[in-house]
Design a protein around this ligand. Structure first.
Ligand SMILES: [Zn+2]
Ligand SMILES: [Zn+2]
Length: 91
């Protein structure tokens, strides 16, 4: 009897060869910054804090909407502040 184990693993072991895979749910992302953003949905991290109240958001865009609605902040003004405060963060 001849055993041919070849073929058994065919197609079933496509290990992702990049590191842009979520450690929590194994979802993969095209861009590293998308992964960073996604992981925050698991960790609940909200690095974007409002300078005018206690609001905090996980995404810059959410904070931007908040500032526009609650503080009537213009987009330009927000971007200026955001650049200074969150320039080091992935939006
Ligand atoms: Zn995930
Ligand atoms: Zn606010």
């Amino acid at each position: 009897m001849q055993e041919t184990s070849e073929g058994l693993v065919y197609g079933s072991s496509t290990a992702p060869n990049d590191s842009r895979v979520c450690p929590y749910c194994q979802k993969s992302f095209y861009l590293p910054k998308d992964l960073v953003r996604h992981v925050r949905t698991h960790t609940g991290e909200k690095p974007f804090t409002c300078t005018l109240c206690v609001y905090a958001a996980s995404r810059k865009n959410h904070l931007k909407k908040h500032c526009a609605k609650e503080h009537l902040m213009s987009s330009d003004e927000f971007e200026r502040i955001a650049k200074r405060l969150f320039g080091h963060l992935v939006s």
